[in-house]
Design a binder for this molecule. Structure first.
Ligand SMILES: [Zn+2]
Length: 489
């Protein structure tokens, strides 16, 4: 929640980065209990329930820890062993992870169900949130069928005489006897990640903990204008434009996307907006001479919203997470050569990476790793070759980062901290990174635009789903408080 009364912005420089990660934000304990059913296979033998759910459990525990929640994985413990372990640990919440089955051979029965102990209304309520969130997270694969909840009195791990955590739920995420459920999601890294994200979102929603969602993207073509894109109520790309003469105005750029869109200006008068379609295919909308071109298909499937920067007035550089392997890829466009080929940066992320150029030829990519820590790779030849290894900034971030460069000796990153505050991490040409806490309690990835080297505007979504702006000038520093811009979808 962003409270304007209490928002005198305190820029707290944290000298010891470890402080950020050492303080747990929540004492909540969530026990994760993946299936150990090694005999449950898809009809073709390719997918095994136990192997799939053990993998989802590892991802889920990482996601929960990234939100400041204590989490414990029963791994391959027996049902009774897991229940005893959960009791001994003192779990507040218990989530079993399974995939469903129906009949023999491939069947049409599909979707997500969550089971709960028949006479526990708290668990019934939590189970409903689980089915809702898990099925929503399968939307990008077209597998969002929500079968709701089912009251059961025959499941060992839900029986309060075996383990007593409330709420407790057993998620049956998709059917391993449905071909589309198996090959559309369960067999894929991205699909199992979506399962974990869905359960993590359900736990966060139940306990009122902020969960990462899409944020806007912003750029500035001159010192008197800001353009910001975001995803609207129907998935359309919404453009908010600010000019010093008119203030803010809003138009729809159309399209439908499940991911956050991105926008860049490579020179005054020109904008390029990018989004991934509902099937993850990258599209571009070009603005010049006061007109938008409409969405053009760039024929590349992504697993994340894109991030984009401009190295100079004749260049656009885009980066995104690839669906097949969750690696970061970067691609250049130039006025003379058009689009080049995608360059892999390897590594793994489950979020949108971000790309920043502080000078022509210099690029920095930042991403949240599977361990929720901030990582960086750099290029000094315009994106052809990259530093060999991802540099680990070695602290946990609560959302993907967003960034901008105000001048060739500066990089400004913004992200949500594990305390849900808007955090900054800025670099100067002396090579020093400085971490700062800007308060604010935010619920999504921030966006940042620089109107000139001495002016920056950061846009964040609050926990009340309103969009807020926080401006900075070299002369005046940060604004005294966040400005409420109105409701954000
Ligand atoms: Zn099962």
């Amino acid at each position: 929640m962003i409270n304007k009364q209490t928002l005198s912005i305190k820029i707290v420089v944290i000298f010891l980065v470890c402080i950020l990660t050492a303080i747990p934000a929540f004492a909540l304990k969530v026990y994760v209990n993946p299936s150990i059913q090694t005999g449950n296979y898809s009809p073709d033998g390719a997918y095994q329930e136990a192997a799939g759910m053990q993998d989802v459990a590892v991802r889920l525990v990482n996601k929960l820890i990234g939100r400041g929640i204590e989490a414990r994985n029963s791994g391959w413990l027996s049902l009774s062993g897991a229940c005893t372990d959960s009791e001994n640990w003192g779990s507040d919440c218990f989530v079993a992870l399974h995939t469903d089955a129906s009949g023999s051979g491939w069947t049409s029965t599909h979707g997500t169900t969550t089971l709960y102990w028949y006479n526990n209304p708290t668990s019934a309520y939590f189970a409903g949130i689980c089915s809702d969130q898990v099925s929503r997270h399968f939307t990008k694969f077209g597998l969002n069928y929500n079968r709701g909840t089912s009251a059961r009195s025959d499941l060992y791990v839900l029986n309060p005489s075996n383990q007593s955590a409330v709420p407790s739920a057993l998620v049956e995420g998709l059917f391993h006897t449905n071909y589309n459920d198996v090959y559309g999601a369960l067999m894929n890294d991205s699909g199992r990640q979506a399962y974990a994200e869905g359960v993590c979102a359900a736990v966060c929603k139940y306990y009122g903990i902020i969960y990462n969602e899409d944020g806007p993207s912003a750029c500035s073509m001159n010192s008197n204008r800001i353009d910001m894109v975001s995803r609207g109520a129907y998935g359309q790309v919404v453009l908010d434009t600010w000019t010093s003469a008119v203030g803010w105005s809003t138009v729809s750029l159309g399209g439908v996307t499940y991911e956050a869109p991105a926008i860049v200006s490579r020179t005054n008068g020109i904008l390029d907006a990018f989004c991934a379609s509902t099937t993850g295919v990258l599209h571009q909308n070009h603005y010049e001479n006061g007109n938008w071109s409409g969405w053009q298909n760039l024929n590349q499937t992504l697993a994340s919203g894109p991030s984009v920067c401009s190295q100079n007035s004749n260049n656009i550089t885009i980066c995104a997470r690839n669906g097949g392997n969750n690696q970061v890829y970067v691609r250049n466009w130039t006025t003379s050569g058009g689009w080049g080929s995608w360059v892999p940066l390897y590594g793994t992320t489950y979020d949108s990476p971000c790309i920043v150029s502080r000078a022509s030829g210099t690029l920095d990519v930042f991403a949240r790793g599977p361990d929720n820590k901030l990582y960086q790779k750099s290029s000094y030849d315009g994106g052809v070759t990259w530093t060999a290894n991802w540099y680990n900034h070695n602290f946990v971030i609560g959302s993907a980062p967003a960034g901008v460069s105000r001048n060739s000796g500066n990089v400004e990153l913004f992200f949500r901290g594990t305390n849900n505050n808007m955090m900054g991490h800025n670099w100067n040409s002396g090579g020093v990174w400085t971490l700062a806490d800007y308060g604010g309690q935010i619920s999504a990835v921030p966006a940042v635009a620089k109107r000139d080297s001495n002016t920056m505007d950061v846009f964040v979504r609050g926990t009340d789903d309103y969009l807020y702006q926080l401006g900075w000038t070299a002369a005046g520093g940060w604004w005294a408080g966040y400005y409420n811009m109105g409701y954000y979808y």
